[in-house]
Design a protein around this ligand. Structure first.
Ligand code: ADP
Ligand code: MG
Length: 406
């Protein structure tokens, strides 16, 4: 099983997927723009060969170069877990005639309007929506959508340039702020909780599925520096709270004809219990959610994913063991150096046995820029089979732990 893997060393979680592929027995041929010597050790150890290209933007050039480089070797899969290179992966799949998302399918999961159109055509609930390239188009869509509305880039990430607008004046202000964005999606704002529905698929079958719950919504998190994010992997995805999203997710995957690999969908749960589609990626979730799922299910989904895409099965025990809440802390205080982990000792004494992992910026080190480092100044996972207890512990880490910068 020969697998071409795009950008094995960057972003941070890529070496773990490469390691997974090697562990299930695949030969991995990495393609990236980093020098081989700069690759993280985990990636380097797992690769059979590596091609450094000059620029990851030159798709035609890379396709030709990879073909030359691999002459005489067979290619069975082309994999990529980084949003930015998904078109390139699809082009290479076509070139080598291997399974996985093609260019057309990639376009659907990379364009926030096309994905909503596809989901809507299947009769599933999406926010009222439309695309706009000009001010004129944006106002026309806003009129149809009504207020509150959301405006966001058509292919955005990380809630960048995403604004809620409660009336026409706020919409005008948001248009000003998104002037540089070439194309936007304007949507009906959906009130409610925000959750994920994630899967690992092979041959169009769902081999693993997961629901996690964002607290608060990612958009709020991106706009408020003091908030500690919680993302809670739910043990019982068939309970009343997550179930509508699981049903929606099944419909969405069918509508998209998704076949191989990870999917990451976001959805809203309204007060009446309705699930409304948010967006979907044909790739693993970021922000350490794969790690959090691993803690909740006591499995290794980096390897599980690799087995699924290479051999069409996931042979680990995927029964849920815990609810797992992942908390990201951002340092508070006027200074730029971390001085104290306030409250940590008490929390460790109280909940030590339920803490799956904890990593805070060490005392004496500069505080991190949470806009660049997703975990900010701290990453904690607590887990327990009981959801209420998990939520309580999670809330305690939000309220009672402060990474103090002085
Ligand atoms: N229609 C909507 N209703 C309510 N909130 C939304 C809506 N669209 C986006 N948001 C908020 O903005 C965030 C970012 O939007 P999203 O479409 O997920 O883009 P991305 O994650 O790629 O930046 C969402 O996680 C959610 O918090
Ligand atoms: Mg999103």
């Amino acid at each position: 099983m020969n697998v071409v893997y795009l950008s094995p060393g960057f972003p941070a979680e890529m070496p773990l997927f490469v390691r997974g592929l090697a562990e299930v027995g695949a030969k991995v041929f990495g393609v990236g723009d980093q020098p081989a010597a700069a690759l993280p050790i985990e990636a380097r150890q797992a690769l059979s060969d590596y091609l450094q290209v000059r620029s990851l933007s030159d798709e035609d050039g890379i396709v030709a170069e990879v073909r030359r480089w691999l002459r005489g070797r067979s290619v069975d899969r082309v994999e990529c877990s980084w949003e930015r290179l998904m078109y390139l992966a699809a082009r290479l799949r076509a070139e080598f005639g291997v399974p996985g998302m093609n260019v057309e399918q990639t376009a659907v999961v990379r364009d926030k309007e096309r994905m909503k159109e596809a989901v809507e055509r299947a009769g599933l609930r999406v926010p009222r929506h439309g695309r706009a390239r000009t001010r004129h188009e944006a106002w026309a869509v806003a009129e149809h959508v009504g207020y509150p509305a959301i405006i966001k880039p058509i292919d955005g990430a990380g809630s960048q340039n995403t604004f809620r607008c409660n009336d026409a004046a706020e919409f005008e202000a948001a248009l000003q702020k998104t002037r540089e964005v070439v194309e936007v999606s304007v949507e009906e704002y959906i009130e409610g909780e925000e959750l994920t529905y994630d899967t690992v698929c092979a041959g169009g079958r769902i081999l693993f599925e997961n629901v996690s719950w964002y607290r608060p919504k990612p958009m709020i998190l991106a706009q408020n520096a003091w908030i500690s994010m919680q993302n809670i992997v739910l043990k019982d995805i068939h309970a009343d709270f997550p179930r509508p999203g699981v049903e929606l997710g099944h419909g969405v995957l069918k509508a998209l004809g998704f076949e191989y690999g990870f999917t990451h969908m976001e959805w809203f749960r309204t007060a009446s219990g309705e699930a409304v589609f948010g967006e979907i990626g044909g790739r693993p979730p970021g922000a350490r959610l794969v790690h959090a799922m691993n803690y909740a299910y006591d499995i290794d989904l980096f390897r599980g994913w690799a087995e699924a895409v290479c051999y069409g099965k996931l042979s680990q025990d995927t029964s849920p063991k815990y609810n797992a809440s992942m908390i990201f802390k951002r340092a508070q205080g006027p200074g730029s150096v971390v001085r104290e982990h306030r409250g940590l000792r008490e929390l460790l004494a109280r909940y030590g046995e339920h803490i799956a992992t904890i990593e805070l910026t060490p005392i004496g080190e500069p505080k991190r820029d949470w806009r660049k480092v997703v975990v900010g100044d701290g990453w904690v996972v607590v887990r327990h089979p009981d959801l209420q207890l998990t939520l309580q512990m999670s809330e305690a880490f939000v309220q009672d732990l402060t990474v103090v910068a002085g």
